[in-house]
Structure formats: C-alpha cells, structure tokens
Design a protein around this ligand. Sequence first.
Ligand code: HEM
Length: 414
Amino acid sequence: MTRAPGPQGGLILGSLSDFKADSLGFLSNAVRDYGDIVRFRFGPMTAHLINRPEYIEQVLSRNTANYDKATRSASRIAATTGDSLLSANQTAWKRHRRLIQPVFQPRCFDNVGSVIDSLMDPTLARWEAEGSIDIVDEMMQLVIAAAIKILFSSDIDPQRLNAALEVVLADTWRRIEAPLDGAMISPRLHRPAFKAAVRTIDEMVLSLIQNRRLLKDRPDDVLTRLLVAHETEGEVQLSDKELRDAAVTLLLAGHETTANALSWAFIHASGGFATANPAHIFAEAIRLHPSIWIVERRTIEDDRIAGYHIPRGSSVLISPYILHRHPDFWPDPERFDPSRFAGEQPRLRQAYMPFGLGQHRCVGLYLANKMAAHIIAAVFGRFELRLLPGQTLGALAGITLRHDQPVRMQVTRK
Ligand code: HEM
C-alpha cells in the first residue's frame, strides 16, 4: 500500500513538537516540501493533511459515512458544550442539526442591522473620544454584545461572558495540543480557572433560559425558537441542560470566530481598501485569515485519497488557511485584494471554504456575514482606521486564528 510522503519527525512524538511550535509554518512547509497530501505522525496518531478541493470533497461531502468527528478536538470541546452540534456522536449531531437548522434561516435574522446600529452608536462615539483602540478587544466586546442581543435578546454582562469564553477556549486548545489530557480521565482534573469559567457561563446561560421559560410574551429570537423546537419524533421539548448546551455551543462557535475575522478585516482593509464592498472585504479577510484554520475528521475504515492509503482510525486534516493560499487557485496568494470576490469565479470558489463544506458546514454563515458587513460599513462610513506604527502583527493558531497581541489602530473622523 502506497504511503503518502511526509516528514519523519522525532522518535516518540513524531512531528507533534514542530506542529505545536508553529502550526501554520509547519503545515505551510509541509505542502511546499511534500505536495497536496502529506502524512504525519503526532505521537501514536497518524494524520494526513489534504490540500486540493477534490480530496477535501471526498472527505467532507462525498464519502461522509467514512469520516466522522470522533476526534481529539471534538472530545476536548465537548467538555464545555456537552452533547451538542459540535458533538462527536453522529446520531446526536443529526438530531441537533435538525433542531438548529430551521432556527438559523436568513429570515430569522432580520434584526441584525438594528441591533448592530444600536451598539455601534455608543461604540463609535467612544472610539472618537479615545482616538486609538485595540481592534481585537473592541471586536471581541462588540460581537459578544451583538450575539447576546441577536441570539437571546438579553443584556447580560457581555464582558463577564467574554472573559469566561476566552478562558474556556484557551484551555480547550491547550488540552487539544497536550500529548496527555488528565481531564479526559476525570473532569475533576480540569484546571480551576477552566472550571470557574464554565461555572460562570452556566450561571449566566441557565438563568437566561429559566427566565425565558417564565416569560409569557417571549421575544422572537434564537432562544425562543430553540425553546419551542420539538423533536419531530416524540414531541419532547428540550431540557434546560440541552438548551444550555445548544446556547453555549453557539456562543463558543460564533463569538471568537466572527470577532477575530472582523479584526483581520479592519487590519487588512486599513491598507487602502476602506471603500471596497464590505462583504468583499470580509470574504477576502477570511480567505487570508480563516478563523477556523483547521478542520479534523477521523477515518472510520481504510480509504484511499489521491492513490495513497489512509488507515482506519487515523486523522485527516484540512486547513482553510493553507488551501486559501494554494498557488494553483489563488494568484499572488498573500496579497489582500477584496476584488477577487467581485465577480463569479467558480475555480477560486472551489478552493475557498472558510465556513467548511458538506453536512457540517457552518450554521452561522449567514449571520456572521451579515453582522460583519454591517459592522464594516458602519465603521468605514464614519472613520478611517490606521495601524499605529511599531507593531509586528502575528497570527496565533489556537482553536481560532487569533492575534498574538493587542493591535492598536488610530481612529480618524472622515
Ligand atoms: C467568521 C465567522 C465564522 C467562521 C469562519 C466559521 C467557520 C466554521 C467552520 C469552518 C465550520 C465547520 C467545522 C467542521 O467542518 O468541522 C463551522 C461549523 C459551525 N459553526 Fe461556524 N463559523 C463562523 C461563525 C459562526 C457563528 C456566528 C455561529 C453561530 C452563532 C457558528 C456556529 C457554528 C456551528 C454550530 C457549527 C457546527 C456545525 C455542524 O457541525 O453541524 N459559526 N463554522
């Protein structure tokens, strides 16, 4: 059986240390040195990075029965989200997807514009008074406040929730990367900071749910729609625990992804693209900096991709970050150019998957794009943003593609 080419790595950990030291650099070098399918060993685990649309479609769209999400990452994430849409279990996932899909139709988000406008007015007035801002922190605060209002029509403390979500995501990524994770043996072995953050999230989200159950006149939002969602078979209403898991999943999956993508959009566009179409600015920002920079699947039975053997139980990795720089599809890939999205360019679209592909494709795609376009239009309608000099910008690949430090921008009234 033909093995795909790939680096040898160290005797015990294989390429794990190199991957941990600089994931994006390591994967970029791997496709440069070995091509569009690369075999690695991470400790005891075999993994393949696949980097052509047709290989990726095989895994995410055509042969989904052979690739599930029973991966290290999914099991670590489940420590916070419980049994939810991000869950590894295929039957549970199907049920959650069936419940959530209708709640996330475009028509459910007619209020996005008014919510964003109501938040932008005080935010932009403050920016003007302060003169310079940390765009990363601003987007984190803005998106969580918007998400709380859009999804739950609530004004629970966005800063407190944001802080707790950050701790949870950072700790989850630490455990995904660690060769051993005690918390998988017993939840008691979670770090105290993680446990405290989950307690805060639980307290905030559960009180939201309990209050909503008592309300006679319920707002028409995602929480109410989830609350009244019934299983098609059995008509059993979701329990508080199930609702909590669904709500936390949406916050976890939707907040940092959208906020980081937006800060990349402002950073890139401040280089002379502020008048471009906001949707194109956002699309190009998540080409270069897709918040979900890696997607993982587990191979159920032996398979072949591009003629190479993919052993059962091994991991398949797909990196939108690497694919979006593929020179066969993206001329001058490192250049930020929103006009790439101005017309229909089907060949490029094939190699573009910031929101994933196939049955697990992002449910929040429409919401994220709509929020982003509104926020970008509101900011550039009033201000010019410029990066303050003397900063080196680096991308940190955790659960989402973050900035490695605060990014300060100067705000000038147009
Ligand atoms: C720029 C913002 C966003 C990006 C780049 C993004 C990206 C992605 C990607 C790549 C996946 C597929 C993962 C996989 O196949 O394993 C995904 C799934 C998902 N996303 Fe998003 N997302 C964003 C915003 C949101 C928002 C706003 C929400 C909800 C409020 C959300 C909720 C979800 C959920 C629940 C899933 C799991 C779907 C499933 O497995 O069936 N995302 N997202």
